[in-house]
Design a protein around this ligand. Sequence first.
Ligand SMILES: [Zn+2]
Length: 195
Amino acid sequence: MGKKPANEGCSEALRPWAASERTYLRNAGGVLPLEDLCRALGRSEESVRREAEHAGIALACDGTVFVWCDRCATWRTGLNGRTGWCRICTMREQLRGREQACAEALAAMPASARAVYEKTEAERQTKRLPPHPVKRYVPPSADGRRNVEEARYLAEMEEWEYRVLKLRYDAAKTRLRRMREKTGSNPRKAKRRNG
Ligand SMILES: [Zn+2]
């Protein structure tokens, strides 16, 4: 049997916080999830929450837990279950495939049709890119808040990168569709015509 960990919560709430623990909480609060903070400090959620509130440390990294993507060597908010890469790397790969298909479709076009297609395509406007995220200034004295801003910026940059890639992906998809319509090689349309 031995010790009962269930008691931990009660006795531990009374255990005073050491200066080193406070420093740790200041640096890691808002960057690591609460669960990890508790484990590192050997304290309950309640104890950590109470101390953070007392010291004015923002704990919430809005639930954002960062994981390492080996492919792009960057901290990301998650990894794709299928590829094992972050969503940026996954989307980049999908985009590569799309652009490859576009190049193939263009090469398969008769020369005359390709000339017309390239002319009209050049006249089309590309969609506006979303505004680039801005990192806010946090004074060096603000301790924990710098980390919170760091984490926020990291997550926002990922979102921005994803949206830019998605725009390019959608554009490539549209190009492919137009080319296939021109050459009548759209597999779905061909089926409809025959059927
Ligand atoms: Zn990645």
